[in-house]
Design a protein around this ligand. Structure first.
Ligand SMILES: CC(C)(COP(=O)(O)OP(=O)(O)OC[C@H]1O[C@@H](n2cnc3c(N)ncnc32)[C@H](O)[C@@H]1OP(=O)(O)O)[C@@H](O)C(=O)NCCC(=O)NCCS
Length: 405
């Protein structure tokens, strides 16, 4: 039977389009609450189903993001819920859904798409390049001393989830707007995805708690976390799971983390989705005790090279000519002059040649051109072109996305 890819037209169709990914989480049907929350932040027409005889055998959707890039923000498609039923895998269904979704995103004026990949093998073929990392830590609390004592910064108070948004959202926004990879959160996003604690999200952990650090009369940092208490022969063995800790100054960052590391009754402080250049690495007396380990974070795909490359800033004045290979979105292929004076097609000889996925890797500043060259992901066609490109593209902050979407 033929499979047709088209956007969903109703809540019932959305439920069907989410069902394929749900099966891989071990469930026979989507959780109603999870589905309603998704529909609050993703328009129905941005959720694609692959329909066979009136039933969805695959699903793919995109959040309409405003995502930070070096020096600005761009409209971006936040690709998610990719799933094809085990009965229909490897028949080109994801490919067909990706075609429809990326074409529509480009037509909507989104020059960039980004996603979190369940497996690194899936998305390179569609032009996505690894663009950021996320770090995990698991710290024994009794080894959590900082390299030096410091004066207390402000005070921390616990707030209810109901009262949290007006305190924490402005802090998040101040961090997000200057951190490539982070996206703006709407009030609906805060309520539907972040400051919410339904039973099904706890997975056996404690309640979601929110602590806010106030300094110089205003909120400067916050932490969302759960406590998992446990004892063995009367000795604490439990942990704190930090869901998100964010602050808008180095003092507030240090203060909110000291708060988390000092909570009694737990043996371990665990966190994931941290930036790879997290200040804790230099704050700790024993950095190795963090057990800091990296895994891949965002994958980025440039849908419209001219608009995407024009939307970011360049550290040094100058430009370079890149010959781009782009098999999936062939309108991007060819030679581009890119740099501080703009982005345009050119007939000039290129200094570099690479696939569009490599451009996705350098776009947010997560990789340098030299790193790409050492991994044979870019060809240097003119001597010195890699070093020149590095000076133009360099950024001061590692890209970071604190949330899997
Ligand atoms: C990943 C998934 C969506 C792929 O769907 P699919 O319909 O089988 O993919 P397609 O048939 O369109 O495959 C397109 C190409 O990707 C390859 N591919 C797809 N999934 C792959 C995977 N997990 N590992 C390696 N290659 C993969 C196919 O071999 C094919 O290669 P080709 O173009 O060289 O022929 C599906 O396997 C799935 O639902 N997996 C479990 C859930 C999941 O991981 N979702 C992704 C969440 S980020």
């Amino acid at each position: 039977m033929d499979v047709v890819v088209r956007p969903c037209a109703s809540a019932e169709e959305v439920k069907q389009a989410i069902a394929p990914i749900t099966t891989y989480f071990g469930r026979s049907a989507p959780n109603q609450d999870a589905m309603e929350r998704l529909m609050r932040v993703m328009p129905t027409e941005r959720i694609y189903g692959a329909w066979e005889g009136g039933r969805a055998v695959g699903g793919l959707g995109a959040f309409p993001f405003q995502q930070t890039v070096p020096g600005g923000r761009v409209p971006a498609a936040g690709v998610t819920i990719a799933g094809v039923l085990p009965t229909h895998r490897r028949q080109g269904i994801l490919r067909a859904m990706m075609r429809a979704l990326l074409d529509a995103a480009r037509a909507r004026g989104e020059p960039v798409a980004s996603l979190w990949a369940s497996e690194g093998t899936i998305y390179g073929r569609f032009g996505f390049g690894l663009a950021s990392f996320a770090a995990e830590m698991d710290l024994a609390r009794d080894r959590s001393a900082f390299y030096a004592p410091f004066p207390t910064c402000g005070r921390v108070r616990l707030v209810s989830l109901d009262a949290a948004e007006e305190l924490v959202a402005p802090i998040y926004e101040r961090v997000a707007v200057e951190t490539p990879g982070m996206f703006a959160r709407s009030p609906t996003w805060w309520q539907a995805r972040i400051l919410t604690d339904p039973e099904w999200r706890r997975r056996g952990s404690g309640d979601l708690q929110c602590a806010v650090l106030e300094h110089e009369g205003r909120p400067r940092g916050y932490a969302l976390y759960r406590i998992n208490p446990a004892f063995k022969r009367g000795v604490q063995t439990g942990s704190i799971e930090v869901i998100e800790a964010m602050a808008d100054s180095p003092q507030a960052t240090r203060g909110i983390w000291r708060y988390l590391l000092d909570i009694d009754w737990v043996a371990h402080v665990k966190a994931d989705l941290l930036p790879m250049d997290h200040p804790l690495l230099l704050l700790m007396a024993e950095p190795r005790r963090l057990g800091f380990s990296l895994h891949d974070g965002l994958w980025v795909r440039l849908l419209d090279v001219e608009t995407a490359m024009s939307a970011r800033s360049y550290e040094a004045r100058g430009s370079l000519v890149v010959e781009l290979i782009d098999e999936f979105c062939c309108w991007n292929a060819g030679c581009w002059r890119v740099g501080s004076d703009g982005v345009e097609r050119t007939d000039e000889s290129p200094g570099l040649r690479c696939d569009v996925s490599a451009l996705g890797s350098v776009y947010l500043g997560g990789f340098s051109w030299s790193q790409l060259a050492r991994a044979l992901r870019v060809q240097e066609l003119l001597p010195g072109a890699i070093a020149h490109a590095d000076t133009i593209f360099q950024t001061g902050k590692a890209p970071w996305c604190p949330e899997i979407f």
